[in-house]
Design a protein around this ligand. Structure first.
Ligand code: ADP
Length: 200
């Protein structure tokens, strides 16, 4: 199938750093007919010896967003390759996007190629819980952007500003709010119920 004409069926995972987008995305990836894709992971896999890789890692280390055109081009290339090697089967498969889109421009580009079925907004009122999780992840996954509290707080600010603007590109009816301070089984059941309702 030609990637440029495919309309992807999409579930968006939105949420501040530490809210568990990656964890829940990987769990959904285990379901038949689901394909999880994280732009953060895509960037972390880039070769740090290349010019592009180095520039992007530097941007991430500061907690800033990677420029839109680079992000969208890499995103499209990745999905195209995943389709070619038979990992992802659009438009049959549900594409679970984690960390994308994060800007109005990215949302516009996504809307041109995708049908968004629902937005799972993972969040919790007490951000200190998320900071604690990030500290644990910094040690377990050696993530430099998770080790420094000033960078984490900056990423929360970047997220809050970016997400408010990005959400304007989608109907508010699509949003399902998931409280990530709840125990994991409750989060799992909230996500499962939301998807059963939205995907039928
Ligand atoms: P988190 O949400 O915990 O910050 P991610 O792995 O989603 O973790 O993202 C890590 C970093 O990767 C972000 O801080 C940003 O620098 C970059 N990034 C990820 N997705 C995008 C995107 N869609 N647009 C621009 N930058 C992105």
């Amino acid at each position: 199938m030609n990637a440029s004409t495919t309309r992807y069926k999409v579930v968006l995972l939105f949420g501040p750093p530490g809210s568990g987008k990656g964890t829940w995305g990987k769990i959904l990836n285990l379901l038949p007919g689901f394909y999880h894709f994280s732009t953060g992971e895509m960037f972390r896999m880039l070769d740090v010896d290349s010019d592009l890789g180095r520039r992007i890692i530097e941007t991430m280390r500061r907690g800033e967003l990677v420029p839109d055109e680079i992000t969208f081009d890499l995103w499209q290339q990745h999905l195209h390759n995943a389709t070619l090697i038979g990992r992802f089967h659009p438009p049959k498969d549900i594409l679970v996007l984690d960390g994308f889109p994060r800007t109005p421009r990215q949302a516009e580009r996504l809307n041109a190629v995708a049908e968004v079925k629902t937005i799972l907004q993972l969040d919790c009122a007490n951000r200190d819980i998320l900071i604690e999780r990030l500290h644990r992840r910094a040690i377990l996954e050696a993530r430099l952007d998770d080790a420094n509290v000033a960078v984490i707080r900056h990423r929360f600010e970047v997220y809050d500003t970016a997400i408010a603007m990005t959400l304007k590109n989608f109907s508010s009816q699509l949003i399902e709010t998931i409280d990530v301070a709840a125990p994991p089984v409750r989060i799992l059941s909230a996500i499962g119920e939301a998807l059963a309702r939205r995907l039928g």
